[in-house]
Design a protein around this ligand. Structure first.
Ligand SMILES: Cc1ncc(C[n+]2csc(CCOP(=O)(O)OP(=O)(O)O)c2C)c(N)n1
Ligand SMILES: CC(=O)[C@@H](O)[C@H](O)COP(=O)(O)O
Ligand SMILES: [Mg+2]
Length: 583
C-alpha cells in the first residue's frame, strides 16, 4: 500500500513529512516506478537510481519557485509522481497521456522541456540569468547525468556558468552509465579525487562525492548548495536500476529503458516481439562490411544499444567507437577518419543528428568526404514522442550538394545500399525507421550494388496514377494499389539526388501521390514538386507525410493511420486525387 505517496499532491507535502518517513516514501516511489514501467514500459533504470536524489531535491528546494531542470528528463519519474501526476502515471508514454520526458505544459514543476541530452546546464543558466534580469527570486538547479557530461553542450554551459558568479546549482547524478557504460575519460575522472580539481578549475564550488542513496547526506549537501552565492556542483554517486534486481543485474544498460514486463513463476518476462528490427538488420550488414574491408569503421554517439551495435563492438572492439553523447564530435570525428582513408559509418538517430547539422555541412559535405550516415529512427518513433520523432532528416539533408540519401523498403535493401554508399566517393545517408522488418514483396527484388536511383515496385500498363514512396511505405503503397487499375508504385529509393527520369515519367503519365515518413515541408514531396515545376510537368500532386506540427507521443501504428501513412490512407489519397482531376 502506498500510504505516504497517496497523501503527496505537491512538493510541499514532501517537505511536510517527518524526516523518518522519507525512506518509506522512497520505497513507495520505487514500487510505483517498477509497477508503472511493468505495465507501460519506460525509462526504468535511470528513474530508479534518482529516487533519493529527487526526494532530497524536493525537500530542500521549493519547486516551482525554485526551478529544477533535469537533463533529458528520463530519470524524473519520481519527480512526476511527487508533483501531482501520480493518478495519471499509468498513461505514461501513451497517446494523450503523461509525457515521456518533462514539459512545462504538463506541469509548472517542469521548468523547461527536454528529451535530448546535455541541455540542462545551459538552460538552467539561462533561466537563472533571465530570472535575475526580470527581478524574480528563486534558486535554479540543473540535474545532470555523467553521460550528459560527455557532451560538448554541457561543457559550454559549465564554462559560461563557472566564469560568472550566478549561484547555479548543478547536481551531478553519477551512475557511471550512459545508456551503456559511460565512455571516454569522464568515468575515471569522476572516480578520482581529481574530480574536485576539475570542477573547481571550472569555477564551481565542489561538494561531494556524496552517496546518492543516503538521504541525510544528500539533503545536507543540497542545503549547502542552496546557501551558496556562487556556482556549485553536488556530486552524487548512484546506482542505475537501484531496487529492482533484474535492472541492477543488467550489465549492458542497468534497465535503462524497458518494454512492459511481468512476473511469471517468480521470473521476469519481458514482452518483446522477437522480430528482427531495421537496426539489427543494418548492424548485421555492417558487420559483413567490416569483416571484408578493414577500412570500415563504426562510430556511435552513445547509442550502441539502440543501434544494435553491441555484437559488433564485441567483435571489433578497436573499430567500433562509442564517442559519448557527442553528436557533433561523432560527425567531425567521422570526417577525420574519412580524410585519413578509412570508411566511417556513423550510426545515429535522426533526431540526434539534428545537433550536428553544421558538422555535416562544414566538415563532411563541403570537403566531399565519403562518410556514410546510418540514420536510424527516421520517421515516427512512438512512445518517446515529439523530442524524438525522426521528422527533419530528409528535408534538411537533401539541401546538401552531392550527398546521396537512400532509404530501404525492406531489410534486403540494406546490403546493396551500404555497398553502394561505401563504394561512393561522396557522403551518403541510409535512413531507416524504428521498428521491425517488413517482408520482401515478390516483385520487389533488392538489386545489386551499385544501386541506380528509383525502382518500380509496380508498373501499370496503362498508367493513371503513381504512388511515389520512400522507405517501407513502398509496402503500404503496393497494398493500396492492389485492385486499383492503372496505379503504379515507384520506390524513390534515393531522396537526393532524385532519379529525375523515373519521376518525370511518373508525372507525365498522370497524377502523383508522394508519401514519406518525414515532414512534407521541404521533404521528398517538395523535391518532386520542384522537379515538376522545373520541367513544366503540370500534373496534380498530393503530399502525404508528417504534418507541419510536432507529433506527440503515442502508438506509431495508430499515428501512421491518422496521418494517412498506411495502405488505407494512400488509397484514399490516390482516389481523391483521381476524383479531383476528373472534375
Ligand atoms: C542528444 C542526445 N543524444 C542521445 C540521447 C539518448 N540518451 C538518452 S539518455 C542517455 C544516457 C544519459 O546518460 P546520463 O546522462 O548519465 O543519465 P542516466 O541515464 O545514466 O541517468 C542517452 C545517450 C539523447 N537523449 N539526447
Ligand atoms: C531517453 C532517450 O533518448 C533514449 O533512451 C531513447 O528513449 C531511446 O529510444 P529507443 O528506444 O528508440 O532506442
Ligand atoms: Mg549516467
Amino acid at each position: 500500500m502506498s500510504q505516504l505517496l497517496a497523501r503527496i499532491g505537491s512538493p510541499s507535502d514532501v517537505r511536510a513529512l517527518p524526516e523518518e518517513d522519507l525512506p518509506r516514501l522512497c520505497q513507495e516511489l520505487r514500487e510505483d516506478i517498477i509497477s508503472i514501467c511493468g505495465s507501460v514500459g519506460g525509462h526504468l533504470g535511470a528513474s530508479l537510481g534518482a529516487v533519493e536524489l529527487i526526494v532530497a531535491l524536493h525537500r530542500v528546494f521549493h519547486s516551482p519557485g525554485d526551478a529544477l531542470l533535469f537533463d533529458v528528463g528520463h530519470q524524473a519519474y519520481a519527480h512526476k509522481l511527487l508533483t501531482g501526476r501520480r493518478e495519471r502515471m499509468h498513461t505514461l508514454r501513451h497517446a494523450g497521456g503523461i509525457a515521456p520526458f518533462l514539459d512545462p505544459r504538463e506541469s509548472p514543476h517542469d521548468a523547461l522541456l527536454a528529451g535530448h541530452s546535455c541541455t540542462a546546464v545551459s538552460a538552467a543558466l539561462g533561466v537563472l540569468e533571465g530570472r535575475r534580469m526580470m527581478g524574480h527570486r528563486g534558486h535554479v538547479v540543473a540535474v545532470l547525468g555523467d553521460g550528459g557530461l560527455t557532451g560538448g553542450l554541457t561543457f559550454e554551459g559549465l564554462n559560461n556558468a563557472g566564469g560568472g558568479h550566478l549561484p547555479l546549482v548543478v547536481v551531478l547524478n553519477d551512475n557511471q552509465m550512459s545508456i551503456s557504460a559511460n565512455v571516454g575519460a569522464i568515468p575515471s575522472l569522476l572516480r578520482t579525487r581529481e574530480a574536485r580539481g576539475f570542477f573547481e578549475g571550472l569555477g564551481f564550488t565542489y561538494l561531494g562525492p556524496v552517496d546518492g542513496h543516503d538521504l541525510g547526506a544528500l539533503i545536507h549537501a543540497l542545503r549547502e548548495a542552496r546557501a551558496s552565492s556562487r556556482p556549485v556542483v553536488v556530486h552524487a554517486l548512484t546506482l542505475k536500476g537501484k531496487g529492482f534486481p533484474p535492472a541492477e543485474a543488467d550489465a549492458q544498460t542497468r534497465g535503462h529503458a524497458m518494454g512492459p514486463y511481468e512476473w511469471r513463476d517468480g521470473k521476469l518476462v519481458r514482452s518483446r516481439g522477437g522480430q528482427r528490427t531495421f537496426s539489427e538488420a543494418f548492424a548485421a550488414v555492417l558487420e559483413d562490411a567490416m569483416a571484408s574491408d578493414p577500412r570500415v569503421v563504426t562510430v556511435t554517439p552513445a547509442m550502441l544499444e539502440g543501434s544494435a551495435l553491441n555484437a559488433l563492438k564485441a567483435r571489433f572492439p578497436d573499430r567500433v567507437h562509442d564517442v559519448g553523447i557527442a553528436e557533433q564530435h561523432a560527425v567531425t570525428f567521422s570526417a577525420g577518419l574519412a580524410a585519413a582513408g578509412a570508411r566511417p559509418v556513423c550510426c545515429i538517430y535522426s533526431t540526434f543528428l539534428q545537433r550536428a547539422y553544421d558538422q555535416i555541412i562544414h566538415d563532411v559535405c563541403l570537403p566531399g568526404l565519403p562518410v556514410v550516415f546510418a540514420v536510424d529512427r527516421a520517421g515516427l518513433v512512438g512512445a518517446d514522442g515529439a523530442t524524438h520523432q525522426g521528422t527533419y532528416d530528409v528535408a534538411s539533408l537533401r539541401a546538401m550538394p552531392d550527398l546521396h540519401l537512400w532509404s530501404p523498403v525492406v531489410g534486403e535493401d540494406l546490403a546493396p545500399m551500404l555497398d553502394t554508399a561505401l563504394a561512393a566517393p561522396h557522403p551518403s545517408v541510409i535512413r531507416f525507421p524504428r521498428g521491425t522488418l517488413p517482408a520482401l514483396p515478390p516483385d520487389a527484388q533488392a538489386g545489386g550494388a551499385p544501386l541506380q536511383g528509383a525502382r518500380w515496385l509496380l508498373r501499370a500498363e496503362s498508367p493513371r496514377l503513381t504512388l511515389v514512396t520512400l522507405g517501407p511505405l513502398g509496402i503500404a503503397a503496393l497494398d493500396a494499389a492492389r485492385g486499383e487499375p492503372g496505379w503504379s508504385v515507384l520506390d524513390a529509393r534515393r531522396a537526393s539526388p532524385l532519379d529525375e527520369a523515373a519521376l518525370l515519367e511518373a508525372g507525365r503519365a498522370g497524377p502523383v501521390v508522394v508519401a514519406e515518413e518525414g515532414t512534407t515541408r521541404g521533404g521528398l514531396g517538395s523535391a518532386v514538386l520542384e522537379l515538376f515545376a522545373a520541367h513544366g510537368v503540370m500534373t496534380r500532386v498530393r503530399l502525404v507525410g508528417m504534418p507541419d506540427a510536432f507529433v506527440p507521443h503515442g502508438d506509431a501504428r495508430v499515428q501512421r493511420a491518422e496521418l494517412g501513412l498506411d495502405a488505407e490512407g494512400l488509397r484514399r489519397a490516390g482516389r481523391a486525387l483521381l476524383e479531383g482531376s476528373a472534375r
